[in-house]
Design a protein around this ligand. Structure first.
Ligand SMILES: [Zn+2]
Length: 97
């Protein structure tokens, strides 16, 4: 059994990965001229990636934006990766299916 995590149980790991990839690409690509990406574009791409993660990862039960909450209260990060209960509505996703 893998460690239960809200992101895994609700199938939203890909949103975190996609957002972090954009953040990385936007931060690193402008360093290399070959990519043709300016710092302006890179900054926009990075911000979009970060905003996507903040807004797109939500509790399927109560609609709470987990990473948005975690940005305001770092204590929310733990349940996202280590527990199966929504920090907002206390819904336990490990019992689903
Ligand atoms: Zn919830």
């Amino acid at each position: 059994m893998a460690t239960p995590s809200l992101l895994g149980l609700t199938g939203q790991y890909w949103k975190l990965v996609a957002g972090m990839l954009l953040l990385l690409v936007g931060s690193i690509a402008p360093l290399f001229e070959a990519t043709g990406m300016s710092w302006t574009v890179g900054t926009i791409v990075a911000c979009v990636g970060y905003a996507f993660t903040l807004l797109a990862v939500r509790c399927p039960n109560c609609g709470s934006r987990w990473f948005w909450q975690a940005a305001l209260d770092a204590g929310v990060y733990r349940p996202l990766f280590k527990e199966s209960t929504c920090p907002s509505c206390q819904h336990d996703f490990s019992n689903r299916g």
